[in-house]
Design a protein around this ligand. Structure first.
Ligand code: GLN
Length: 243
């Protein structure tokens, strides 16, 4: 059987399982979708989703469960396809900044810095229509309809760690979606960092990929729209099929 896991220590794992199962049915593929709480369960997985929630809690529970090193091994040595949403994206980043003091253990894998709770308190949560060009079906000329992106106290990627990327030139950070315009000034104010301005545009990076690791600031599992899950599962199958 082909097993895909959802890390189920904390946060929105059950919604991901529902969307993942729907995506498998859509693709007419037989996928065993499991909740992962132990290193043994992780070892059975071909790919993994790390859900949103609260990233410092996620980190603590992962440590207590003896999963931190197995997760690092899964992502960085075994290089298995792994997708993090929101807190999951934070967990999969090499660096995280926050207004709070104190660090948190991260799995890493994405050579980026995330800014936690980027939209602050007033705009903690919102839904916006996002153009996700990567969802384009090559057999169709029309642009894909916008994706209803749910942001809940979301992080954004505010810096690509270029010196790290240079160490792994075969795996560049691919920016897959930016949140255009309206939030860009907020970002500049928060980071105060010239170097964080991305060449891809003036928006905040909210979806990206580096080799086997995919991250989104928003929560596709909280909508009925399964296109991101379908796309990711297709990538997983492509990565797992020897050519
Ligand atoms: N604000 C949370 C954190 O920093 C993430 C929120 C979420 O996953 N929806 O961990």
């Amino acid at each position: 059987v082909f097993t895909v896991g959802v890390l189920s220590l904390q946060g929105g794992f059950s919604e991901h399982l529902v969307s993942l199962k729907r995506a498998a049915v859509h693709l007419q593929r037989n996928v065993e979708c499991i909740e992962v709480r132990t290193p043994q369960e992780l070892s059975t997985c071909e790919a993994l989703i790390i859900p949103g929630g609260e990233s410092t809690t996620l980190s603590l529970v992962a440590q207590q469960s003896g999963l931190l090193e197995p997760l690092r091994d899964f992502v960085k040595q075994k290089r298995k396809p792994t997708w993090g949403t929101c807190a999951g994206l934070i967990f999969l980043s090499e660096e995280a900044t926050s207004t709070k003091r104190g660090g948190q253990e991260l799995v890493g894998g994405l050579d980026v810095r995330v800014h936690r709770n980027h939209f602050g308190r007033q705009k903690e949560s919102f839904v916006t229509n996002l153009e996700l060009a990567f969802l384009q079906d090559s057999s169709v000329t029309d642009k894909p309809p916008p994706f209803p992106a749910v942001f809940i106290r979301a992080p954004v990627v505010d810096k690509v760690l270029t010196d790290k990327v240079e160490q792994t030139p075969t795996a560049p950070v691919e920016v897959l979606a930016v949140l255009p315009g309206r939030h860009a000034s907020n970002k500049a104010a928060l980071t105060g960092d010239e170097a964080s301005v991305q060449p891809q545009g003036d928006g905040d990076i909210v979806a990206l990929r580096q080799a086997n690791v995919f991250g989104t600031s928003f929560h596709p599992e909280l909508t009925d729209d399964i296109r991101v899950h379908v796309w990711w599962l297709q990538q997983v199958f492509m990565a797992s099929t020897p050519n």
